[in-house]
Design a protein around this ligand. Structure first.
Ligand code: GLY
Length: 360
């Protein structure tokens, strides 16, 4: 086992994020000895690894560990799937002192967190993300939920995990494409908070996205550090947390236009170039920093342009989405690297001009 890094989230419901390689033994260690039963929620692709995790959790001989296999990705983020997990827990007499483990990508940890938040009005959850996106974003901030016919992520709860265990060895089998798509959120952390990430990518993009390198680990730790600080200060998204939406306002509209066949990271990549152009055209951001967005995302092979005719549909989707955010169209823009701020209700002509810069 290699050395571990611990990043703490402050606040009333503070918790630690442990990062290392080969550290699945740490799952369960932050929990009180009173926890006797675990429900490990995992996708079919991780059945073997979930079995190993179960063995480890049962090693001291005093715990019962149940496995709940759920559909992978968004198909698992449904109320019917949560109901299946509640049923398993009900049959096994899960009490308030028992716990859930979310073992998978962002959709799995979102669902597992929601199951934990709702069972007996809330039991502990340990998140064990198995994707880059999960480690740097989904599993860290305590946002949990399911999708409904009314839209994505409209039903859920803020529910802080008891512990997050990021075992980088779990990423060794990811394809380069998967690692790179998740890395878009790491690039975001570089632009809004920790520029060292940008330097690491520029120095050697291949090493930066290779999970076996120290450069990758450093970037992941910096991105997690950013997220931990932001959610430590603003768990319920009353202010600062909104900066995490950098690149996401347009990114979400692109995901919608593409019927969720684009990876989240690819949509956010285009969204970040758009936000940078918006910042530049609003007279806030130097040309060179907007160009740096394109250069870095190009180095990683992430998309930086979108269909020339796509604007009317994207604008309509963003207009509709804003209803859930106080009725105003809001974008996170940059005054400089690591200086994110909110641009509220920008002129449609400015938005269109920024779109022209990414149409291609
Ligand atoms: N993924 C954005 C947030 O956690 O607030």
């Amino acid at each position: 086992m290699t050395e571990t890094t611990t990043i703490s989230v402050s606040g009333d419901a503070g918790y630690d994020i442990t990062i290392g390689r080969g550290i699945l033994d740490r799952v369960g260690e932050a929990l009180a000895p009173a926890v006797r039963k675990f429900l490990v929620v995992h996708p079919p692709t991780l059945t073997a690894q979930a079995g190993e995790l179960r063995e480890r959790l049962m090693a001291d001989g005093s715990r019962e560990v149940l496995l709940a296999e759920i559909p992978d990705a968004e198909a698992g983020k449904r109320i019917e799937v949560a109901a299946f997990c509640w049923q398993v827990m009900g049959k096994a007499d899960f009490t308030r002192t028992d716990a859930v483990v979310g073992f998978g990508g962002g959709a799995v940890t979102d669902l597992a967190g929601f199951v934990a938040a709702t069972w007996l009005r809330g039991i502990q959850v340990v998140q064990v993300p198995t994707t880059v996106l999960g480690m740097v974003d989904a599993a860290v901030g305590g946002k949990t939920g399911v999708n409904t016919a009314e839209g994505k992520n409209l039903v859920g709860a803020f529910w802080a995990p008891a512990h997050v265990v990021c075992d980088l060895a779990l990423l060794d089998t990811l394809s380069r494409n998967e690692a790179v798509a998740g890395f878009a959120e790491v690039v975001k952390a570089g632009f809004i908070w920790h520029p060292e990430i940008l330097d690491l990518i520029e120095a050697d993009p291949e090493r930066a996205v290779d999970p076996s390198t120290p450069e990758f680990r450093r970037s992941i730790e910096l991105a997690i550090d950013m997220k931990a600080r932001v959610v430590g200060e603003d768990f319920r998204e009353g202010g600062l947390r909104e900066v995490l939406n950098y690149g996401h306002t347009l990114g979400h509209a692109i995901e919608h236009a593409e019927r969720y066949r684009w990876r989240h990271g690819a949509a956010v990549s285009v969204g970040m170039v758009f936000a940078a152009e918006l910042s530049r055209l609003a007279g806030r951001l130097p040309d060179a920093v907007a160009q740096r967005h394109r250069d870095i995302l190009d180095l990683l092979g992430l998309p930086t342009t979108y269909r020339p005719g796509g604007w009317p549909q994207l604008l309509a989707t963003m207009q509709r989405d804003k209803k859930s955010r106080g009725g105003m169209l809001r974008f996170i823009v940059l005054d400089d690297i690591a200086r994110p701020t909110v641009l509220q209700a920008p002129d449609e002509s400015l938005l269109f001009a920024a779109y022209q810069e990414i149409a291609g």
